[in-house]
Ligand binder design. Sequence first.
Ligand code: GDD
Ligand code: MG
Length: 384
Amino acid sequence: MAINDVQKVLELDSGRAKELPLEEKIAVQKIEEDTIKSFEKRMAIVIPIKDEKIKLFEGVISGVPHECLIIAVSNSRRRRVDHFKMERDTLNQFCRFTRRRAFIIHQKDPKLAQALGEAGYSDLLGENGRVRDGKAEGMLAAMLIAMIMKKQYVGFIDADNYFPGAVWEYARCYASGFAMSKSPYTMVRILWHYKPKISRVVYFKKWGRVSQVTNRCLNSLISAKTGFESEVIKTGNAGEHAMTLRLARMLPYASGYAVEPQELISILEMFGGMLPAARSKALKHGVEIFQIETANPHIHEEKGKQHLKGMLSSGLGALYYSPLCAGETKKVIIDELQQQGAIGEGGEPPQPRIYPPLKKVDLEKFAEIIQENMTLYSLPEEKH
Ligand code: GDD
Ligand code: MG
């Protein structure tokens, strides 16, 4: 496997095909418009959403390139005010005006639970027989929809982004990463140029606290395992990331917000050569990870300190309980969590639930049940 160091977006639009002098090609990659479009056409953009302002969702969908298929997976409230209905109506209108297709599904829809159960993936279901809460749980359901829609790539973009232009750039970065990759088993993770904090003045902060700590712990794990100090991981928490579905179907996933660090852990465990690995095609091709820094800053909803502490400890839980995590990294994790006030004296991070790889799902069965009820989810009906 290969983890590429950060690559920066130099131009948002690098124009049409034109040869670059050879020496520049070594350091600079030009991804042509047609190439980007050819990847976007095969890509689903998944938007997990839970009770976000509808205007933000509207902005986010407007930023998804026309060629991509939008799959929104919602866990929004439906009592009193039906937030999900507002999301569905917004998407419906958008698709009508722009002549495009999209899917929206509610995470708690009984038909989704039934489809998962009958297709052999009841792992996602909670005690009440519905899909459990959590961003990861929504992402997993959406990946299955991307698979039955015969997409080859899936990218995730949060619904609470204030800049449609940033959303547009993420999708193009995903396409560019896939275009640069030499392996069918590829992951592209986004690193923000800046993540501004707004108090009375706007301060262009480079790193969020959670990312800083998660990256440090992941790098400590890699350094301890390899014996070479490393700072290669810059995108431990990247909510904005994409995968080839060939890679996506092979990985175990962690619940909730532990999902992104766990993806890296799963790749390291399966393909990092540090643990005995099962033979697979992916091992032969190698897995490639790209970390791409955008030109746009990232501004999203601020959800408070408690939310951040929860996210930090569940993400670090993914590292802590990995068989790759040795004593010294465990200590770094505990120290960091205590310093951030996320755990108390003698505390440990919560152990995330681990979901098995999606490759065990009977996709035909899943499609059969979901498609029977497709009018509920497809907006608008496809006309050819
Ligand atoms: N379907 C679904 N189900 N969506 C959810 C759920 C859920 O249970 N919980 C949250 N979401 C949606 C939110 O509405 C938002 O669009 C997205 O998932 C991310 O959730 P936030 O609550 O906004 O997370 P964050 O901004 O603090 O953290 C984000 O960035 C981190 C660092 O890059 C997330 O993407 C994290 O996963 C990421 O690690
Ligand atoms: Mg957010």
